[in-house]
Design a protein around this ligand. Structure first.
Ligand SMILES: *Cc1c(COP(=O)(O)O)cnc(C)c1O
Length: 220
């Protein structure tokens, strides 16, 4: 069986320079994260605040922690001191909460707006209209302890490569068009799309961050 380091190398070799890999370590024990760290890797993604915080406390402090899962406002305070990027912002209220907790920690937290792109009922995310409402909100410029650094999306869980391609193309188009809203705390530069099953398509369609778990660590 290939090692974690071999899996990461193999994935990174398939990526253009502009696409960075986030190793999704959710459900994996700290030992596995430490092994990944020891192999020289520093960018980890988790989907639960409590689990991420436990791991943060046990690992060296130069790890970049990416929150990729659905977030409740009351959990934001636990990760605000250390989280590198929040990929899963799906309401203005959540953005306000992240701003408030970031301020308490005297830092600025980069956030991505999660956009609903799949043809499935179950995935979280904003519609284009809802994202525009956030980006044009008069209140947004007062949130000086967050930046909106780009968009995140998850394609449908399907074998249909054409459908996945279309969904990623749509998100990329939205990403480019949202650059019109760039402002003091909005800079559309990161496009977080692509997981184990579809990261090659995502990278081809312009993803800057792919979030890959099972292709590195095996199935959960
Ligand atoms: C679990 C998860 C991933 C990684 O999924 P894999 O299929 O294991 O690569 C990516 N993004 C999000 C939001 C996730 O929850």
């Amino acid at each position: 069986m290939p090692s974690i380091a071999q899996n990461i190398n193999q994935i990174e070799q398939q990526l253009p320079q502009t696409t960075k890999l986030i190793a999704v370590t959710k459900t994996k024990p700290v030992m596995v994260l430490q092994e990944t760290y020891d192999a020289g890797f520093r960018r980890f993604g988790e989907n639960k605040v409590q689990e991420m915080t436990e791991k943060y406390n046990l690992l060296p402090k130069d790890v970049e922690w990416h929150m990729i899962g659905h977030l409740q406002s009351n959990k934001v305070k636990y990760m605000a001191p250390y989280v590198s990027m929040v990929h899963s912002v799906d309401s203005f209220k959540l953005l306000q909460e992240i701003n408030k907790e970031a301020k308490k920690n005297d830092r600025v937290i980069p956030c991505l707006l999660q956009i609903f792109i799949a043809q499935e009922e179950t995935k979280f995310g904003l519609s284009e209209q809802e994202a525009v409402e956030i980006l044009t909100s008069p209140e947004l410029s007062s949130l000086t302890n967050i930046t909106i650094a780009g968009l995140m999306g998850m394609a449908s869980n399907t074998e249909n490569q054409e459908q996945i391609t279309v969904e990623f193309k749509n998100l990329k188009t939205l990403f480019e068009s949202f650059k019109q809203y760039n402002s003091s705390n909005v800079e559309m530069k990161e496009l977080s799309m692509g997981m184990s099953g579809d990261y090659i398509i995502a990278a081809q369609e312009g993803s800057t961050l792919i979030r890959v778990g099972s292709a590195i660590f095996g199935s959960r």
